[in-house]
Design a protein around this ligand. Structure first.
Ligand code: UD1
Ligand code: CA
Length: 458
């Protein structure tokens, strides 16, 4: 169910598209449904339907996953009415598992248990004990047996004191769901078709109704406000941090760690505080990440050290950092940066779409874009590749053992031959042969005994 408005988010974005750990809330729910191998995923949209559907289609394509089936609920006449819209897509021999697009952290194991409890014949509800049950549907029991779910607005004062509430998750045999939904009426305080009314109908029919208690509130907490979203984000991040630490990753502080994607780590990885990982990142054995790094879509090989405040953004091309490389502080690696072993990239150096071979160094204030850099090259402070002529990008090739002085401009396309030297301050426009020295700058003029003009001095 993803048709609700989400008024309390006070946002132009449909609620279920707000992001938790980098993924839309409803995407978390879909991904969990995929984990338990749902036969079919039906998304009920309403508010912002076109936007929600477009976002889900795009992410399914990007992840090469099947596009879910969409049904629209317009207008929104309640949760029972919402599920009615999906019925044409539910085969009679199946089980419907009702999920909420705004309850992102439900886990696959809990859903499997709920489906098992349903077993194709029972109505299985997921409930939770709430210290403050205000606003939720209460689970009314007669002895042990569940008799009904009563919504807050329809509950008697006695019923309002019940602490066991319905979480919004249920598993129902489709065949029975169809019969019960057909019998719903909106005779209640809100004039809505309540999905929860099917409990009474099931009990009346003599069908078995079971409630399974969830003792992990994070899994069943919904997002209705920015505060709740931030709270769940922290809970989720802490869970991810603990999982990594159980694998041996040393996080300086699990409360200051953010993973918005996947992170694979070898043994003895150390991650200092306030690092953010996005997309797919892999860190080899013994990699150290300094404080305040932002790293997305990158593969960092064993023994590499990423010093603080480094920004690595792999995008679709990815970034590769070789074994034992030293990066940062304050380095910027952009899509297609492919650094060999023992490469050094220092402060305020930007590398984009460039291959640097073993042992190449660019330590200060430099730009390498669309370049191929050989082994052991030393690329001086303040030097840049002028790779863009205003219309096209061109490559710069710097062969093995070249030394580029400081403040050079290499105007691509250009090749600096093996072992060559480029003098500081040179603007290089033509290829240079191997082992040569190229200097391309104004000749120095020195005037002896030069007196600078002085104020009031004629
Ligand atoms: C619902 C349950 C309540 C339960 C609570 C748990 C009903 C009648 N009540 O209450 O017992 O304790 O969830 O959070 O089911 N939605 C639609 N179309 C609609 C109405 C809602 O798609 O016409 C979607 C919402 O987007 C949301 C979900 O259904 O994802 C639940 O709706 P919401 O209004 O939050 O339900 P509650 O009234 O809080
Ligand atoms: Ca409601």
């Amino acid at each position: 169910m993803a048709a609700g408005k989400g008024t309390r988010m006070k946002s132009g974005l449909p609620k279920v598209l707000h992001r938790l750990a980098g993924r839309a809330l409803v995407q978390h729910v879909i991904d969990t449904a995929l984990k338990i191998k749902a036969r079919r995923i039906v998304v009920i949209t309403g508010h912002g339907a076109a936007e929600v559907e477009a976002a889900l289609v795009e992410s399914a394509r990007a992840g090469a996953r099947a596009i879910p089936t969409f049904v629209r609920q317009e207008p929104q006449l309640g949760t029972g009415h919402a599920v009615q819209q999906a019925l044409p897509h539910l085969p009679d021999d199946g089980i419907a598992l009702i999920l909420n697009g705004d309850v992102p952290l439900i886990e696959a194991g809990t859903l499997r248990d709920l489906v098992a409890l349903c077993g194709g014949e029972r109505l299985a509800l997921l409930s939770v004990d709430m210290p403050d049950p205000t606003g939720y549907g209460r689970i009314v029991r007669g002895g042990q047996a569940v008799q009904a779910i009563v919504e807050e607005k329809d509950a008697t004062p006695d019923q309002r004191r019940i602490g066991e509430v319905y979480t919004g998750f249920m598993a129902v045999p489709n065949r029975l769901l169809k019969q019960w939904l057909a019998r719903l009426t909106p005779q209640n305080a809100q004039g809505e078709y309540y999905l929860t009314d099917i409990v009474k109908l099931a009990v009346g029919d003599g069908a078995a109704v079971m409630a399974m208690k969830c003792d992990d509130t994070v899994q069943v907490d919904g997002v209705n406000s920015p505060m709740q979203l931030a709270r769940l984000e922290r809970a989720f991040q802490l869970r991810q941090a603990h999982t990594l630490m159980e694998q041996g990753v040393r996080l300086a502080d699990p409360a200051r760690f953010d993973l918005r994607g996947t992170l694979a780590c070898g043994a003895d990885v150390e991650i200092d505080v306030n690092c953010v990982f996005e997309g797919a990142v892999s860190l080899g054995e013994g990699v150290k990440i300094g404080a305040n790094c932002m790293i997305s879509d990158a593969t960092i090989a064993a023994g590499a050290v990423i010093h603080p405040f480094t920004h690595i953004e792999g995008g679709t091309a990815g970034v590769r950092v070789g074994e034992g490389a030293l990066i940062g502080p304050y380095a910027r690696l952009r899509p297609g940066a492919d650094l060999g072993p023992e490469v050094h990239i220092g402060n305020f150096v930007e590398v984009k779409n460039s291959v640097l071979a073993r042992g190449a160094k660019a330590n200060h204030l430099a730009y390498l874009g669309d370049a191929t850099v050989g082994e052991r090259v030393n690329y001086g402070a303040g030097s840049i590749t002028a790779n863009y002529d205003g219309a096209n990008k061109h490559r710069t090739v710097i062969e093995d053992d070249v030394h580029i002085g400081s403040n050079c401009v290499l105007i691509a396309p250009v090749t600096i031959g093996r072992g060559g030297t480029v003098g500081g301050g040179s603007t290089i426009t033509r290829d240079t042969p191997a082992e040569s020295l190229s200097v391309a700058r104004g000749k120095q003029v020195t005037v002896a005994n030069w007196k600078r003009p002085r104020k009031g001095n004629r």
